[in-house]
Design a protein around this ligand. Structure first.
Ligand SMILES: [Mg+2]
Ligand SMILES: [Zn+2]
Length: 208
């Protein structure tokens, strides 16, 4: 397999510096993660930065990782990357079985992709309404906890604005898209993640 790994926000803390030599420190686990991937797969780093500068960053932070780079603004002979044990740094999206990217939306179909993008603004669309004091929302999937590195854990709970964090959460179903219905009888649904307590759910039985 070939695995593509984004640079900004995945390997180093995202900074807006144009010059990669000013890029931040490695993210926790990033370099060991790359070494582990490289033991089993061909791996390349893709970046919109100058690959030559990103290679300098690797030489500074992980001199044990053999690297090569795809020079910017030159015709490249590299059309795919199958070499194990050497990290390619390129500014082009080469074929890969997996892309690891902090901004990615995993594509299933267009209704799901639009939901994933638009769902990030769902908190902005919430309006206060009058409801019976004991009203329970329609929660799906029960009460669960996010793993510490889950991308949702930094998102604010739309009810109280605090980060979802590692508290018990639930998904509150808010609707389905008619054109999302599939032959299987499934449909693309939409849900908003909120703290379980903010959904009025009893979390006393939740294992902590
Ligand atoms: Mg990124
Ligand atoms: Zn909350």
């Amino acid at each position: 397999m070939t695995v593509a790994v984004d640079f900004d926000g995945v390997i180093h803390a995202d900074s807006h510096a144009e010059d990669a030599s000013c890029a931040g420190e490695p993210l926790a686990g990033a370099l060991d993660g790359l070494r582990a991937l490289m033991a089993d797969h061909a791996v390349f780093v893709f970046t919109s930065r100058d690959p030559a500068q990103v290679e300098v960053w690797f030489h500074q932070h992980a001199p044990d990782i053999p690297t090569t780079y795809d020079p910017r603004d030159e015709p490249s002979a590299i059309t795919c990357w199958n070499a194990r044990g050497r990290l390619l740094i390129t500014d082009r999206k080469l074929p890969a079985t997996h892309y690891i990217d902090d901004r990615a939306v995993a594509f299933e179909d267009w209704p799901q992709a639009l939901a994933a993008v638009n769902g990030q603004t769902a908190g902005d669309m919430l309006i206060p309404v009058r409801v019976p004091a004991l009203a329970k929302p329609l929660a799906i999937g029960g009460v669960r906890r996010l793993s510490p590195n889950h991308p949702l854990s930094n998102r604010p709970c739309p009810v109280d604005g605090r980060a979802l964090g590692e508290e018990p959460i639930t998904l509150v179903h808010v609707g389905t898209r008619p054109e999302g219905r599939k032959d299987t009888g499934q449909t693309t649904g939409f849900a908003v993640p909120v703290h379980a307590v903010c959904a009025g759910l009893d979390t006393s039985g939740d294992p902590s």
